[in-house]
Design a protein around this ligand. Structure first.
Ligand code: GCV
Length: 723
């Protein structure tokens, strides 16, 4: 039987696919940035590198996971298993551990005094006449972080023959906040259901929990709040604490502590008390006993996160007490065990006629200095609510005597849910590098939260997780970058979001420069694109009611005025924007004097915040010389064009990565373009109906009528709890 050339070719292709030898083998994203695929040496600076043996202890659980991560990573990246050894016998040994765990490491006499609990050094050394790489820390957890760093160097193709790295985290508590309900729903979650399978815990601990811990440890995250800030009391019952303890056991080797969001009224709901008044001795005793019970089960429990007197949650103000009274009562219960309270400043009230953006500052600033030592106040990055762009929160720099954490939203509630490709690194960096001017120039938000500005040792950064049961964890491959960048910036808030994007692309997809460069560019521009097609020039909060999907600038259906888009944009025949200058709500004066003066002055206000601080005439001349109306239409259009360009970029990259991830991203970008166009058209149609102005020449009219956009309704939007 003779086979045709075509048949032979087909057979050969099948063979290649069968052996999985092709670099484009389908991937489902489960491995995140810890893929450890065989390195292509021509794409790296590793030509000379030859790892020969691994010297790593395993007498504690953290040492064991460090060793197995290195074995797994090195085998995957280098294509061969490395023998374990006790001593350095060849050039190319990798040594990991602490002087306490290894006599060999003690013998190196590396200067590690200033590393603290979590720091590490990675050094190229000579041991017994052989070149080696030493990953050394004071404590096991530092060595694990160092091991992940070393693997990252390999994964990103760095030269590793002359290493002298020294790393310590700038922020102490680097924490994910899961907005997960015990029934499996995730508020503002777009990646499936909750990964916590409460029903099967504590007996069944899915391997996913371990992979979750590995991913977090690889970027330095050391805490996780398991349940939603809109908390129920059930999580504090013995049945659930047992489940929480099981998760804590899985996470412990990876240096991750568990925290819980608590319901302030729990003493009533599960404690049988008549009150939750923080100054009532019975209430205090109940919380002390509850803390004792928790620590008995979970000796390294992190503490409580609290949303109180906000959006309907109970809190100390129900008893005419302050937020400080509430936080301190809980802090006192946790203090004997070393736990902390992360008390949220996200408060605003329907009955308060004051500008919503001012209310948190008004309430918390007077409490500065009144919180006990183990309380951090957790402040959202902006004064409204995680919008595509807001100025930084005025509490940063305003509460010198209180440790403030910043809270970012990693899940894209306001930035296109799962499907829009929006890399949040530039948003996080913009906030962290913002100068509060509170104590002179250079008083950045980063310095407030890393404690260096006011000498706080207790510091923290929180990110609302975008993690769910989707196979790829985050609802899309590119959403993984937002989890990644949060962790890296929490470790060091002065890293550049561009450098982090590059690292992530290399680890997640490829080291091929022709792929890396355009993808990093695309990511770096993606947040600005979303700002443009959703809320340009300082507009905020224009999304659909409740579910927050899509544009609805016309909407006034929400029960509370401060949940309605019309409250925020205030567009009328004359102009648009919220006047927060001294002639308006005077929110500007919550900022330090030089910034207040700048924001108060229409001409000096950065145009990216223009309509956040000012109500501006449609015919106001912008710096470009165009009118505001023209610029608004131009920005909306620019946003759509940017997404079109992102699609073109992605199309040009076909073949560089596996088909599965390529195709999903391509499909999601198509959704993004469609929705960007919808945002643009619906917004322009609405604002035009208010301004009565013709579209600037050359700009296309919206595809549909305003009536059409207003008629759209979305009863089954994910992530919204009132399904
Ligand atoms: C957890 C916004 C979100 C809510 C969230 C709230 C908060 O209002 O839409 O889903 O509730 O912020 O941060 O508490």
């Amino acid at each position: 039987m003779s086979l045709s050339l075509r048949t032979w070719a087909m057979l050969a292709l099948w063979l290649v696919l069968l052996l999985g030898a092709t670099p484009s083998r389908a991937e489902d994203g489960y491995d995140l940035w810890l893929r450890y695929r065989l390195l292509a040496p021509e794409q790296t600076k590793l030509y000379q590198y030859r790892a020969t043996e691994l010297i790593a202890g395993s007498s504690t659980s953290t040492q064991s996971v460090t060793r197995s991560e290195l074995q797994r990573g090195l085998e995957g990246l280098l294509g061969r298993a490395l023998p374990l050894s006790e001593n350095v016998t060849h050039d190319g040994a990798i040594i990991v551990g602490t002087p306490k765990s290894s006599a060999l490491i003690a013998r190196l006499h590396l200067d590690i005094q200033d590393l603290g609990h979590e720091g590490y050094v990675i050094r190229s050394v000579v041991v017994d006449g052989h070149a080696a790489t030493a990953i050394v820390a004071q404590e096991d957890i530092g060595a694990l972080y160092g091991a992940f760093h070393f693997l990252r160097l390999l994964q990103t193709g760095q030269a590793i023959d002359h290493l002298d790295l020294h790393e310590t985290p700038c922020v102490k508590l680097r924490v994910l906040n899961h907005w997960d309900y015990l029934n499996g729903q995730v508020e503002r979650g777009y990646a499936g259901a909750s990964i916590w399978d409460w029903w099967k815990l504590p007996d069944w601990r899915t391997p996913r929990y371990t992979d979750y811990a590995r991913a977090n440890a690889s970027i330095g995250i050391n805490g996780t709040v398991l349940d939603n800030v809109n908390a129920g009391a059930t999580i504090l019952t013995p049945t659930y604490l047992q489940k929480v303890a099981a998760l804590a056991d899985v996470f412990r080797p990876y240096g991750i502590r568990v925290y819980l969001s608590i319901r302030f009224s729990a003493p009533i709901e599960i404690g049988g008390l008549k009150t939750a008044d923080p100054l009532d001795p019975k209430v205090q005793a109940w919380w002390h006993a509850k803390a004792d019970e928790i620590y008995q089960r979970i000796p390294d429990f992190g503490g409580f996160l609290v949303k109180a007197n906000s959006e309907g949650q109970p809190g100390p103000e129900d008893y005419k007490r302050t937020h400080a009274d509430g936080a301190n009562m809980l802090a006192d219960a946790l203090a004997p065990h070393g736990g902390v309270v992360m008390w949220r400043a996200f408060v605003y009230s329907a009955s308060n006629p004051e500008d919503r953006a001012k209310q948190a500052y008004d309430e918390f600033k007077p409490l500065d200095g009144r919180f006990h030592a183990n309380v951090l106040v957790q402040v959202k990055n902006g004064p409204v609510d995680f919008q595509p762009r807001e100025p930084f929160h005025p509490l940063f720099g305003a509460m010198r005597r209180t440790p403030l954490m910043t809270e970012f939203e990693i899940t894209k509630e306001y930035l296109g849910f799962a499907t829009h490709l929006v890399y949040l690194g530039p948003l996080f960096e913009e906030v962290l590098s913002a100068d509060t001017m509170a104590h002179g120039k250079g008083s950045t938000v980063a310095k407030v939260i890393d404690g260096s500005l006011d000498g706080h040792a207790l510091t923290g950064m929180a990110g609302v997780a975008n993690i769910g049961t989707d196979r790829d964890w985050c609802g899309s491959d590119f959403n993984q970058a937002n989890w990644y960048v949060f962790g890296r910036l929490a470790w060091n808030p002065s890293l550049s979001s561009r450098a982090i994007a590059e690292e992530w692309v290399r680890m997640t997809f490829s080291n091929n420069e022709s792929f890396v460069r355009p993808v990093v560019e695309m990511m770096m521009g993606s947040r600005e694109a979303a700002v443009d097609y959703m809320t340009p020039l300082g507009l905020v909060h224009l999304m659909g009611p409740g579910h927050h999907y899509g544009p609805a600038p016309w909407d006034a259906s929400e029960s509370r005025p401060d949940w309605r888009p019309v409250y925020y944009h205030r567009a009328d025949r004359q102009g648009i924007g919220f006047d927060r200058s001294r002639s308006g709500s005077d929110a500007v004066d919550q900022y330090a004097a030089p910034l207040a003066a700048q924001f108060n002055d229409l001409k000096q206000t950065p145009e990216q915040y223009l309509l956040y601080f000012h109500h501006v005439g449609w015919d106001y001349r912008m710096r470009s010389g165009h009118t505001l109306w023209y610029e608004l239409v131009a920005h909306y259009t620019q946003g759509v064009n940017d997404v079109k360009r992102m699609r073109e970029t992605w199309r040009s990259l076909h073949g560089y990565i596996d088909e599965q991830r390529y195709e999903q991203t391509a499909a999601f970008l198509a959704i993004q373009e469609k929705e960007a166009q919808w945002w643009r058209d619906a917004s322009i149609a609405y604002f035009q109906s208010v301004s009565g102005l013709p579209l600037p020449p050359g700009y296309a009219a919206p595809e549909q009528s305003l009536n059409y956009y207003e008629s759209l309704s979305f009863p089954y939007v994910p992530g919204f709890s009132s399904w």
